[in-house]
Design a binder for this molecule. Structure first.
Ligand code: F6R
Length: 359
């Protein structure tokens, strides 16, 4: 039931604090993590991690790859439908994680099968107990986001990233014998994530900004590091439900081509995490010099970005590894309110299905 909400998508955006509380429930114990089926030592002997996924789940996977890589783990993300085409090395020390909300996406199931056939250990990171992925993988880790009805994934993305953050902690401890470098601060920030997301979902600024941006030629989303995954996700959500052209780029790639598209009719959403010095500010100046209106989405403490951009969508200042999850919630609201103003079929966008069971 949508209750007082006009759409399931808006309801699910607002459910994120609760979904995250369920995701994290009982899984953070002081400065350690407790993952029910994965006691300490569960991942001993793993020397490589590959993540396979589609769409929004691929963006969550890329976020997980970024976390693991920064924690010193050999990690790579693959678009599931491309996985079989990559001669990526796989052996019994390889953990292949299928990131799939439904656990039924054909491309992801096929990639997991191909990994299994080549001797890898497989893990389903999913929302659905009893799904094909959960049943066929060696292990399953549940994101516990609750049912998601809207075709556009929202709360499952946030819960996937939170679960990957927990999993990264267990993996790093098992593989290296040490906790992650910044584990106390990162786990504290993870515990605060529901409250921080709530501060974003109750912020009304995105609605006004989304309405100003209607009728433009294209919408660009840029970021660096984990904010690059969120730039891709922000663009996917926007194009999916508004039917308007939207693209995500690594901010540093703008000058290698996409800048040719930038005009005063292409708003640019720049996602800042506070981890890349003043490089994002330079990118903002680059596109503003071509007349593009810029909306910076960043911690409220990022006054440099606030000053550089035309509009500022703040998120709570938290551990830099988790800022991009909060920025993503602002971008969900941007996509939702833009689509709502255009009277789109938000919960069932044209040509799309919730569960893609064909290859
Ligand atoms: C976009 C969206 C899709 C799914 C993708 C994978 O909003 O929902 O891109 O993320 O079809 O689905 P799962 O996670 O069920 O494998």
């Amino acid at each position: 039931k949508k209750g007082s909400y006009d759409h399931f998508m808006l309801k699910e955006i607002h459910e994120q604090p609760m979904a995250l509380r369920q995701t994290l429930h009982g899984r953070i114990d002081g400065d350690d993590v407790v993952l029910e089926d994965f006691p300490p030592g569960s991942f001993e002997g793993i020397s490589r991690v590959q993540l396979v996924a589609c769409g929004t789940s691929y963006h969550a996977g890329a976020y997980g790859e970024w976390l693991l890589s920064n924690d010193g783990i050999d990690a790579n993300t693959f678009i599931a439908s491309e996985y079989a085409a990559y001669p990526a090395p796989v052996d019994e020390e390889t953990l292949v994680i299928g990131v799939t909300q439904s656990g039924e996406t054909a491309d992801t199931l096929e990639a997991l099968q191909s990994a299994r056939d080549r001797g890898a250990r497989t893990l389903a990171l999913t929302n659905v107990i009893g799904s094909t992925a959960a049943r066929t993988c060696d292990d399953a880790l549940f994101i516990r986001a609750g049912p998601e009805i809207g075709v556009a994934a929202t709360k499952t993305f946030s819960s996937q990233v939170a679960t990957l953050t927990l999993l990264a902690e267990r993996l790093v401890r098992d593989v290296t014998g040490e906790p992650t470098a910044d584990h106390e601060a990162r786990l504290d920030a993870l515990a605060d994530l529901p409250e921080h997301v709530e501060a974003v979902t109750t912020d009304t600024r995105a609605e006004a900004i989304a309405q100003q941006r209607l009728g433009d030629d294209g919408h660009f989303f840029v970021g660096r590091g984990n904010a690059f995954s969120v730039a891709l996700e922000g663009a996917l959500k926007f194009k999916e439900i508004t039917y308007e052209h939207a693209e995500g780029f690594a901010a540093g790639e703008l000058k290698h081509g996409p800048l040719a598209l930038v005009t005063s009719d292409t708003p640019v959403f720049a996602i800042g995490t506070g981890q890349h010095g003043n490089r994002l500010e330079s990118n903002i100046n680059e596109v503003r010099a071509r007349g593009a209106p810029v909306v910076a989405v960043a911690p409220r403490t990022a006054t440099d970005l606030m000053d550089a951009a035309d509009e500022f969508l703040p998120v709570p200042a938290t551990h830099p590894d988790l800022v991009a999850v909060l920025a993503n919630v602002q971008l969900q609201l941007i996509a939702y309110h833009a689509a709502d103003a255009m009277d789109r079929s938000i919960d069932k966008p044209r040509n799309l299905a919730k569960s893609v069971t064909v290859e």
